[in-house]
Design a protein around this ligand. Structure first.
Ligand SMILES: NC(=O)c1ccc[n+]([C@@H]2O[C@H](COP(=O)([O-])OP(=O)(O)OC[C@H]3O[C@@H](n4cnc5c(N)ncnc54)[C@H](O)[C@@H]3O)[C@@H](O)[C@H]2O)c1
Length: 268
């Protein structure tokens, strides 16, 4: 009966549709474009207060402006996920701004060089692993204590089909396998403190990352798309749907998983 009031309030008919997100505080890294932007916008539509973090702050500001245009609440913070001090400051600024941290989507990532293993440089290896793997760990390191302090929470890390199979250059594939290992380890450690931690494994999704790879080798991208039985690229929104569900209370018994959203790629 208590819900009748909520349903009569037009403004909240949509907000809070996904259990546990209305009035929550969500942090999204790499929120300035692609999958991160779609997720940030979707969290905001569900009624979350969203911090949009990106090394490319103009993109983060654009995401915030799109959220605000739709009546949501968000702020942009410039942060490089490889920089420990910046990640620590990002989490504490989030808590200072909105009073808690309930949800985090550790999503910032790069594709790296499309070269065979023996032709990768040490610098390229370090850069991909730093952003895609260490960046996620630094996020967890500071988000988990803030969530425990907030009474629990949910984290979603962006892995890839390349975290479950050979699907891309070696440093990228290694980093995304690493994200799944990290997710599993942290999920088992913090489950009893009410912090659920999962990974999402997108297939080929229409974003800037794929456009850049297409410039490099459109044939290879075509090949990956053809390996997705649904026969097309996914959209950032289709990944956001899964991330938001994993972060919501509707996924309250789901932790330590690497959840594929890949048009059937891994079923083959
Ligand atoms: N697009 C795909 O097909 C696909 C498939 C599987 C996984 N992913 C993963 O999804 C995530 C998002 O990628 P996308 O496809 O939206 O690409 P994208 O390039 O549109 O977005 C990546 C964002 O991360 C930001 N970023 C890069 N380095 C950063 C750093 N050091 N600190 C903070 N932000 C940084 C970029 O500025 C950009 O806004 C990545 O982790 C990527 O590996 C993408």
């Amino acid at each position: 009966m208590g819900n009748i009031e909520t349903h009569l309030n037009i403004g909240s008919i949509y907000k809070g549709a996904m259990k546990g997100l209305n009035d929550s505080v969500a942090l999204v890294t790499g929120g300035g474009s692609g999958i991160g932007r779609a997720t940030a916008k979707r969290f905001a539509r569900e009624g979350a207060n969203v911090v949009v973090a990106d090394i490319a702050v103009e993109g983060a500001k654009e995401t915030v402006s799109q959220i605000e245009t739709n009546g949501g609440t968000a702020r942009a913070i410039e942060a490089d996920v490889t920089d420990a001090a910046q990640v620590e400051a990002l989490v504490s600024e989030t808590v200072d701004a909105y009073g808690a941290l309930d949800i985090a989507h550790n999503n910032a990532g790069i594709e790296g060089n499309n070269a065979p293993t023996a032709e990768q440089s040490e610098d390229d290896w370090d850069r991909v692993l730093d952003i895609n793997l260490k960046g996620v760990w630094l996020g967890l390191k500071h988000e988990i204590p803030a969530m425990i302090e907030s009474g629990g929470g949910a984290i979603v890390n962006t892995s890839s089909i390349a975290g479950r199979a050979a699907a891309g250059p070696a440093p990228y594939t290694a980093s995304k396998h690493g994200v799944i290992g990290l997710t599993r380890a942290a999920a088992t450690e913090y489950a009893r403190e009410d912090v659920r931690i999962n990974a999402v494994c997108p297939g080929v999704i229409e974003t800037g990352m794929v456009q850049r790879s297409e410039e490099d080798s459109s044939e290879q991208i075509d090949q990956f798309v053809q390996m997705q039985p649904l026969g097309r690229m996914g959209t950032p929104k289709e990944i956001a749907n899964a991330v938001v569900w994993l972060a919501s209370e509707e996924a309250s018994f789901v932790t330590g998983n690497a959840f594929p959203v890949e048009g059937g790629y891994l079923a083959r």
